[in-house]
Design a protein around this ligand. Sequence first.
Ligand code: AMP
Length: 220
Amino acid sequence: MGIATDTTRRAGVSWMNMLIMGPQASGKGTQASIIAKRLGIPHLASGDMFRNELRSESELGQKLKQKIDAGILIDDETTWELVKANLEKHPEGWILDGFPRTPKQAEMLDNYGVPNRVVALKVPDEICVERIAGRRICKICGHDYHIKYKPPKVEGKCDLDDGQLVQRDDDNEDAVRNRLLQYHELTAPLLKHYRDVLVVINGNQGIEDVRKEIEEKLEL
Ligand code: AMP
């Protein structure tokens, strides 16, 4: 099943509403931005949307800071409002990362537009915990790195804007365990809901190998 052809695009069929799912640090963000570039669609990450609210110190950001730092899920209505506003800016399609995470969120998205491809990255929990320990983000723009697997050109500095690289406040052990638990309880069961459009990928490989497996299975 090819993902998009000129004919389907011309016919006005949107073949570009994709989800990428998987536990924390499974590589969703990294792979989503590769796919996004390849297909010319935006990579929209609900976590980035929330972190933008924190960085800009908006009223919403200030209200949610404690929960986000503790790795606690934000309520479905607030999350959907933020995500929907971002989806509406991109009628050409998108790859969505970090949403949906609950059955209610999946229902909200279905009512808006059913995704036509869902990529699920499989990675064991202990690998995720190890990856999270090495994860860093830029204090200015939020771009993410890994000290071993995706290092910046200059240690401690963002390649894009020279910003200082720091650990996310929610990348501490308690918050990580919370987030993995939530993933298995609430989010992983959603994969069944998407079984007809689901592509399962072994995320426990290097970035390049994961990219290749995705491209092969999605026929990109
Ligand atoms: P992430 O970068 O995807 O790990 O998200 C960081 C934090 O943002 C999460 O721990 C939640 O507090 C919040 N968040 C992101 N996406 C969602 C979502 N779909 N539903 C609820 N909260 C979310």
